[in-house]
Ligand binder design. Structure first.
Ligand code: ASN
Length: 304
């Protein structure tokens, strides 16, 4: 026997919840007029990310191709075609091996990545809240048996969700504020206004508050940590060039993005929400790896 009956039943319950989560996201976004894009797996450029992540590059046809860390730049281009887009985007991020123990990291995961042309941060925060509440309600309803098998009591948060700025969070909870904040709050909370040097260059600087970004994370309660990350985007070529320069990145690597920006990337805002983390939260799982049948845990090998 591959799994004991108890293990099999537990895995099946989690996978059924995961499947309902994906269906509920699609249903909600279709109702909001979104177009689903097929994901990009390899591209000449990808998200630089602000923390250290080993590069995952393959060579083909005389070119170097990055495995997608996030579809951020493709989303910025895509909204020049359709006003509202999303994709269930597989991401590869070769994180440090000890991140396998955080309970929150997989080095292959899927994020529901969405973007809206001409939107403000407020608009996508509103959308994010409605999406989360819709999914929780749907799953609570359609997976009541699975949730009771997993002994999970799921509350539906009230909107609007509270907010805290990055600066306030650090002042109140210290360096490791995300974890502490997530343990203390009763429901999801927005973390907003990150300082410019802690985030990637594509999050838009607030023109009225230099050094502060128009971005946000959503933090789950009960210690489950970050749910979602996003913001308004830098879309003007001179702004992108300047942010790349200040972060000490090689502009040559972002030649393709800069060429698109010169031709006119539209203003936009969006976010990505980790699907395995959402399933972990809904099911009350110890480790995000439990949300996948074939998990890729940093620092661990896999037989299949
Ligand atoms: N998906 C995120 C965003 O939309 C980017 C990321 O995953 N790093 O901002």
């Amino acid at each position: 026997m591959l799994l004991s009956e108890k293990e099999r039943e537990r895995k099946e319950a989690i996978l059924k919840v995961g499947s309902q989560v994906i269906g509920a996201c699609r249903e909600f976004l279709a109702g909001e007029g979104f177009v689903e894009l097929l994901p990009v797996i390899v591209a000449p450029l990808t998200d630089p990310l602000r923390h250290h992540t080993d590069r995952a590059v393959i060579e083909a046809y005389g070119g170097r191709w990055h495995l997608t860390r996030s579809m951020i730049f493709h989303k910025q281009f895509a909204v020049s075609v359709c006003e509202r887009i999303f994709s269930f985007s597989p991401n590869i991020r070769i994180e440090p091996p000890d991140w396998g123990e955080t309970g929150r990291h997989l080095w292959e995961f899927v994020q529901l990545d969405l973007e809206v042309r001409d939107a403000s941060r407020e608009e996508v925060m509103d959308l994010g809240e409605r999406l989360l509440v819709y999914v929780l309600e749907r799953v609570k309803d359609s997976c009541s048996e699975e949730l009771s098998f997993l002994e999970r009591e799921l509350g539906i948060p009230e909107r609007p969700f509270p907010r805290i700025t990055y600066t306030e969070a650090r002042r109140s909870y210290g360096e490791d504020f995300e974890e502490a904040l997530s343990r203390e709050v009763e429901g999801p909370i927005w973390l907003i206004d990150f300082p410019i040097d802690v985030r990637e260059f594509y999050d838009r600087e607030d023109p009225e508050r230099p050094g502060i970004l128009l971005d946000m994370d959503l933090i789950y309660p009960e210690g489950y940590g970050e749910a979602l990350s996003g913001g308004e985007r830098e879309h003007l070529p001179e702004r992108i060039r300047e942010r790349i320069r200040v972060q000490g990145l090689d502009p040559e690597q972002y030649r393709g993005l800069l060429a698109l920006a010169e031709r006119g990337l539209p203003p936009s805002a969006g976010f990505g929400i980790g699907i395995e983390r959402l399933v972990r939260y809904i099911c009350g799982l110890e480790h995000v790896a439990e949300a996948r049948l074939f998990p890729r845990v940093p620092g661990e090998l896999s037989p299949i």
